[in-house]
Design a protein around this ligand. Structure first.
Ligand SMILES: Cc1cc2nc3c(=O)[nH]c(=O)nc-3n(C[C@H](O)[C@H](O)[C@H](O)COP(=O)(O)OP(=O)(O)OC[C@H]3O[C@@H](n4cnc5c(N)ncnc54)[C@H](O)[C@@H]3O)c2cc1C
Length: 385
C-alpha cells in the first residue's frame, strides 16, 4: 500500500540520511560495536548535518519543525542499514521534548545551541537499581540548600543510554518524599552537568544487543546542582513523564516496525542467493509462506505506526494508544525477526550477517520504555479493567 504519512521533504531527508549512513556509519560500525560506543565525532557530524536541530526552534539554531516524522525517518533508515547512531535517539527523541516543553527561556538559550551542534549530548536517567517499572519508587534525592541556591543530589541510576558520553543528564529525583495519598508527587527533573563534582559514571554495561550504544550506571554523591537547572516545576515531574512517554513509546514502535521490514528484506535477499538441495531456498513453499506471513505482519505494523504518527502530530496520541502501538509492534517484531533468522540457517546466527544483530537488538524493545506487561496494564486500565 502506498504510504501517505511522508511528504517530499521527509523523502529528501531520507536520501540524505541514507547516504550519510552508507558513507559515515556502515564502514565503522563493526568497530564501534566492539568498543561499545560511537565516537563523539559522529555526534558532531550529525549536529552539522542538522539532525539534532530538526525540532528545535530557529532562534536556538534549529529548523523549527514540529513533526515527529523526521525522527521516524531516522529510525527507519538506521534499522534498514542494521546500525544505530549510539545514544543520539535518546538525545533527540527523549530528552529534547522535555527541554522544549518545560525549559524556560534562559535555559533554552543556554542549552539548545550546543544541543543542536552535538557539542552537548544529553541522556535521561529515570531507572534505578531498585526500581524501573515502578518509577514512583525512585530513591534518588535532591535537597534544596538552606540558602536556596542549589540542590544537593544523592543516589544512583542504572541502564542509562548514552550515560557515559552525556554532558547533561536529565535526572529524575525526589525533591519531596511520597505521601500515602500521592506516591507520584515530589518527583522533579534536574538537568545535571555531568562534569560536576560527585557525578560519577560507573560500569559501562555489557549488553546482548545495541552494542554500539553505551549504557551506563551513574551515581551522585552530594552533587551541587544550581536551582537554575531545575526543569519545569518542582515536584511535578511524574506528570511530565506521563506526558512524554507516549512519544518515546511510539519511537520504539517505529524502530520495531523498521527492524521487521529490514529483516524481511535481508531474508528475501539471502534465500534468493542460498542454494540447498540444488534449489534456491526462496523457491521452497515454506520460505514463501513464512515470508508472506512476515510481510503481512510488517504491513499491519506499518499501518499502526503511521496512524499513531499522525495522531502524535495532531496532539491526539493517548498513553493507551502509544502503549498499544508499542505492544503490538514489538511483540510482532520478535516473531518476524526470529522467523527471518531461521530462514538464514546457521549463517543467521553469525554476527557478520545483519539479521543476527537485528535479532539481539530488537529484544530490548519489549523491555525499555516500559515493559510489555506495563503496556498491557495501561491498555487494560484504559478499557476500564
Ligand atoms: C538497553 C537498555 C537501555 C535503557 N535505557 C534507559 C535510559 O536511557 N534511561 C532510563 O531511565 N532507563 C533506561 N532503561 C531502563 C528500562 O526502561 C527498564 O529496564 C524498564 O523500564 C524495566 O524496568 P526494570 O528493568 O527495573 O524491570 P522491573 O521493573 O524490575 O521488571 C521486572 C519484571 O516485572 C514485570 N512487571 C513490572 N511491573 C509489573 C506489573 N505491574 N504487572 C506485571 N508485571 C510487572 C516487568 O514487566 C518485568 O517482566 C534501559 C534499559 C535497557 C535494557
Amino acid at each position: 500500500m502506498r504510504r501517505t504519512v511522508f511528504n517530499e521533504d521527509h523523502e529528501a531527508f531520507r536520501e540524505t540520511i541514507r547516504d550519510f549512513i552508507a558513507a559515515e556509519v556502515v564502514p565503522h560500525y563493526q568497530e564501534w560495536s566492539e568498543q561499545g560506543y560511537v565516537p563523539r565525532e559522529l555526534y558532531r557530524k550529525l549536529g552539522a548535518l542538522g539532525v539534532f536541530g530538526i525540532e528545535v526552534p530557529e532562534e536556538y539554531g534549529g529548523a523549527g519543525e514540529t513533526s515527529f516524522k523526521f525522527n521516524a525517518v531516522l529510525s527507519e533508515e538506521t534499522a534498514r542499514a542494521g546500525v544505530s547512531f549510539g545514544g543520539s535517539s535518546v538525545h533527540t527523541a527523549l530528552c529534547l521534548p522535555y527541554l522544549l516543553k518545560y525549559g524556560n527561556e534562559e535555559q533554552k538559550k543556554r542549552w539548545l545551541p550546543r544541543f543542536v551542534s552535538g557539542e552537548t549530548m544529553t541522556a535521561i536517567a529515570m531507572t534505578e537499581p531498585g526500581t524501573g517499572s515502578d518509577l514512583a519508587g525512585m530513591k534518588t534525592t535532591a535537597k534544596l540548600s538552606e540558602d536556596g541556591t542549589h540542590y544537593v543530589l544523592n543516589g544512583a541510576k542504572t541502564f542509562i543510554t548514552g550515560g557515559a558520553q552525556a554532558d547533561r543528564v536529565l535526572v529524575c529525583c525526589r525533591t519531596a518524599p511520597p505521601t500515602p495519598e500521592d506516591r507520584r508527587g515530589g518527583i522533579s527533573i534536574l538537568v545535571v552537568d555531568a562534569h560536576s563534582e560527585g557525578f560519577a559514571v560507573g560500569r559501562k554495561l555489557d549488553k546482548l544487543g545495541l552494542r554500539a550504544s553505551d549504557t551506563a550506571e551513574l551515581s551522585f554523591t552530594d552533587v551541587e546542582v544550581p536551582v537554575e537547572d531545575l526543569l519545569g516545576e518542582e515536584g511535578k515531574a511524574f506528570s511530565y513523564l506521563t506526558h512524554n512517554l507516549p512519544q518515546e513509546r511510539l519511537g520504539i514502535a517505529i524502530g520495531a516496525y523498521a527492524q521487521s521490514a529490514a529483516a524481511v528484506r535481508f531474508a528475501k535477499e539471502y534465500t534468493k542467493e542460498r542454494t540447498v538441495f540444488g534449489k534456491e531456498v526462496a523457491s521452497f513453499q515454506n520460505t514463501k509462506f513464512v515470508l508472506a506471513d512476515c510481510q503481512s505482519d510488517v504491513d499491519a505494523m506499518q499501518a499502526v505506526v503511521d496512524r499513531a504518527l499522525e495522531a502524535l502530530d495532531a496532539g491526539e496520541l493517548t498513553p493507551a494508544d502509544a502503549a498499544s502501538a508499542k505492544l503490538f509492534t514489538t511483540e510482532r517484531a520478535a516473531h518476524v525477526i526470529d522467523k527471518c533468522l531461521q530462514l538464514h540457517g546457521g549463517y543467521g546466527y553469525m554476527l557478520e550477517y545483519p539479521i543476527s544483530s537485528l535479532y539481539a537488538d530488537t529484544r530490548v524493545s519489549r523491555i525499555y520504555g516500559g515493559t510489555s506487561e506495563v503496556m498491557r496494564s495501561i491498555i487494560a486500565k484504559s478499557m476500564g479493567l
